[in-house]
Design a protein around this ligand. Sequence first.
Ligand SMILES: Cc1cc2nc3c(=O)[nH]c(=O)nc-3n(C[C@H](O)[C@H](O)[C@H](O)COP(=O)(O)OP(=O)(O)OC[C@H]3O[C@@H](n4cnc5c(N)ncnc54)[C@H](O)[C@@H]3O)c2cc1C
Length: 453
Amino acid sequence: MVYKSKGYTFDMGPSWYMMLEAFENIFQLLGTSSGEHYNTIRLDPSYRVFFGPGDFVDISDDVEKNITLFDTFEEGGGAKLQKYLDASKEKYEIAMDNFIYKDYWHFWDFLDKTLIFKGIKLRIFQNLGKYAKRYFNSERARKIMQYHVAFVGAAPPTSPAIYSMLAHCDMNLGIWYPVGGFGSIVSAFENIAKENGVEIKYRAEVKEIEVEDKHARKVISSKGSHDADLVLNTAELPHCEMNLLEDRYQSYPEKYWKKKTIAPATFLIFLGLDKKLDKLEHHNFYFNEDWDRYFDEVFGKNVKWPDDPSMYISVPSRSDESLAPPGGETMTILVLVSPDINDDDNTRDEYYEKIMDLVEKVTGEKIRDSIVVKKVIAHDHFAGTFHAYRGTALGLANTLRQTALFRPHHKSKKVKNLYHAGQYTHPGVGVPVTLISAQLACQKIMKDIEKEG
Ligand SMILES: Cc1cc2nc3c(=O)[nH]c(=O)nc-3n(C[C@H](O)[C@H](O)[C@H](O)COP(=O)(O)OP(=O)(O)OC[C@H]3O[C@@H](n4cnc5c(N)ncnc54)[C@H](O)[C@@H]3O)c2cc1C
């Protein structure tokens, strides 16, 4: 979703453009390429990491420079990084060839010899926190190699080590930027759909999927009633199952969701500024000192609005001047928080001040005196606008127990012509893998059409 105000343009959701081959693959299937629709640039530095006030390092697009940087963290740090990246490349290749592009329906779909043998050898099922400790002694190196997992809605120290493959996506394959922001990608798919005869009904909220004789026959939306031969749901899956279908047709009813680990919500601040921010790059992180405490406040038993959270700060106008008026910047601050804490106007206002104190202290930039546009959202926005379950921003966390077969299937178990795609299904959270999920759902549909007509 793109938010525009007073000449400032904000991506309200994703902003990290990684795993380009997943995007390219989809464009290729549609008979085109991303380059025909938008330009991409590789970011350098890829991102900046703050460990405390004014204390930062830059992760480069050049692996050699990162090796030199890691040598400053600990003795032999550079060689350790190279070894870690080699292993994460191997994991990525195994995952792409044997795991991610595969649909899971039965337990035996899991029984892939290569995945099992190589997976055990590469310790993909080990806990990522322990895995990173095997390679690095320094906290800085460990944190940089683990943070990616927060992108899939899981706690870095307790996630499976298969996600260390994201280090390969980051440092070897690079962090890119689709010029114009993620809205350019959405527009590309919108245009391709229209060119191929798709009629898009904008701002049509689906209210009900009418089922007769175990088949979805009609989709009732705020724009009317639409006959259906087949329904592919890409809205939040808990919403589709619990709110759009009658109880007897729900494959995943409320009791299913209550047992699941739901990914974090996000506290998000969007700011349009009338000055430049020289101390920040396009992508920036602040890694707080005590990760165990912070992740316990987000994922653990002591959930609360964290006092000293890690955070992501994006200033995309550093790479793309079209996003802000001349001399200004667009800025987004994202804090992962538990979905199980109360969000209301007062809490958000108070938390905003706390986070801005922290951002100004850590980055050394005075920001609050230059704000032209300000928007602050959290759980309520996601629940109200997108029907997000419990206000989560990232859906179903990609934990080991919620991977592949253990995620909702691409096809309803109770409604024969109802299919699902999106971040709740396999492979999970993040734009590139959500596109793969759509591809898998389409393959399932084509197979069923061939089989059943
Ligand atoms: C703040 C934020 C930052 C993120 N950053 C990144 C990132 O940098 N890189 C990355 O790869 N991923 C990122 N992600 C994750 C990524 O955006 C998601 O995993 C991905 O967009 C999920 O796609 P989806 O199609 O499943 O769901 P969505 O993109 O949420 O799409 C679901 C759509 O369904 C619509 N809908 C819901 N109910 C109805 C209804 N009843 N009728 C009609 N429509 C309905 C919603 O309005 C929504 O448009 C981020 C997510 C958030 C929230």
